[in-house]
Design a protein around this ligand. Structure first.
Ligand code: ACO
Length: 362
């Protein structure tokens, strides 16, 4: 038995390949570097969904229909009760997604892809006692998210940075939340059910819940000269360093560098806290050196969540919202995998080994 299903192959997919030894991510035949440099979020969403619905949809049409889907989904927000709005953003978002009808068609998919992008900014505004802002269907998904969050027209650099983030995290093999989505889809339950289960799996600190704690860690370390001592003490307490380590990557997570690159225009525009960036780089260097010394048999490097924390912070998201933004980007990957599973897969039903007591002989 493989504890945690490590190295177990549980699906064939045409969607993405995570090369853990080479540090490479391929999505639909294209490398992550290429996608981040040349494609918009809508391009990548269209690419991921291609072939999974009876009607084909290109990037331009997807942008238009996604804009309309954001408007439709926003109507669900009117009935929100204050108790729900007070929940942590990702939990409130999950409860709102649960109100969407289930189905396996393209409209259900587009409403699900629009839903977290609309719900998260609205929830974050409500928590600050500000009125939610209605979506603008003519904007790209990234520009509209930022406009709904702040009420201002976002800068070109901000839109490009969020778009690069959404592209970077759009799909990533059989991670815990995507596997969850495929398990639910394999029962024939529908896309909304798959997406809801996936959001729940994403929320944990070992998966999509890590970037908020990355900022907590940077705050606790405080200054670059404190990094070595703080990290050493944390490892003495057998704590895990958030934003480091990965089940598949044995080298640097390529998404970390994609996001570090996406931060550069924001840095040039003075939109990143320069002290925090210096601190992050010092923490990264110190952590890598100490982990190499302490865990010589387990290569541990930076993962996607480390620079996610800096990027989303620079874009004005509070740390409690980071997992919700992750859900915005990953939703299209979950849906593509759920459709692939439903169309080409079989009920997922593994076996367990019983290690409990046996009935006593009479
Ligand atoms: N800090 C310190 N030690 C670590 C870390 C870390 N971040 N990650 C793994 N290790 C150590 C473990 O303590 C263990 O050491 P031991 O054998 O001496 O006990 C060894 O490396 C192997 O750890 P596993 O738990 O077997 O590794 P696994 O593949 O299950 O874990 C995971 C992967 C969960 C991502 C892990 O690296 C971790 O907890 N990282 C921190 C949380 C994080 O950043 N999560 C985001 C991941 S990216 C994503 O999901 C989008």
């Amino acid at each position: 038995m493989k504890n945690g299903l490590e190295d177990v192959v549980a699906a064939e997919t045409k969607l993405s390949d995570v090369d853990g030894e080479g540090g490479r991510l391929i999505i639909r035949g294209l490398s992550l570097d290429h996608l981040v440099a040349t494609e918009t979020y809508e391009d990548v969403a269209a690419l991921l969904l291609d072939g999974f619905f009876p009607q084909r949809i290109d990037s331009a049409e997807l942008r238009i229909r996604l804009g309309h889907a954001r408007i439709t989904v926003f109507a669900h927000f009117a009935a929100i009760d204050p108790d729900l709005a007070a929940l942590p953003p990702v939990e409130a978002m999950r409860a709102l997604i649960a109100r969407l009808p289930d189905g396996d068609d393209l409209d259900t998919a587009l409403h699900l892809i629009a839903a977290p992008a609309v719900f998260l900014p609205a929830l974050l505004r409500l928590q600050k006692h500000e009125a939610p802002i209605a979506p603008n269907a003519s904007l790209s998904q990234s520009a509209d998210i930022l406009a709904m969050l702040t009420g201002n027209v976002p800068s070109q650099q901000q839109v490009a940075a969020l778009d690069a983030y959404l592209v970077t995290i759009s799909d990533h093999g059989l991670n815990a939340s995507t596997f969850t989505a495929r398990v639910v889809a394999s029962t024939g339950a529908g896309l909304t059910s798959s997406a809801l289960a996936a959001v729940s799996a994403l929320k944990g600190p070992l998966h999509g819940g890590a970037p908020g704690p990355v900022l907590d860690m940077l705050d606790a370390i405080g200054t670059p000269d404190n990094a070595k001592t703080w990290i050493g003490a944390a490892l003495d307490r057998r704590e895990r360093l958030m934003g480091f380590g990965h089940r598949v990557y044995r080298v640097r997570d390529p998404r970390a560098d994609a996001l570090k690159g996406a931060l550069k225009p924001l840095v040039a525009a003075g939109q990143v806290n320069a002290e925090r960036l210096d601190l992050a780089q010092a923490v990264e260097a110190a952590a890598l050196a100490i982990l190499k010394e302490r865990k010589p048999d387990r290569p541990l490097d930076v993962n996607v969540e480390f620079y996610t924390a800096l990027l989303l912070d620079a874009l004005g998201f509070s740390r409690e919202a980071f997992t919700g933004v992750f859900a915005i980007g990953r939703m299209v990957g979950w849906i593509a995998h759920a459709r692939e599973q439903a169309l080409e897969g079989r009920l997922i039903r593994p076996r367990s080994v019983y290690v409990g007591p046996l009935p006593q002989a009479a």
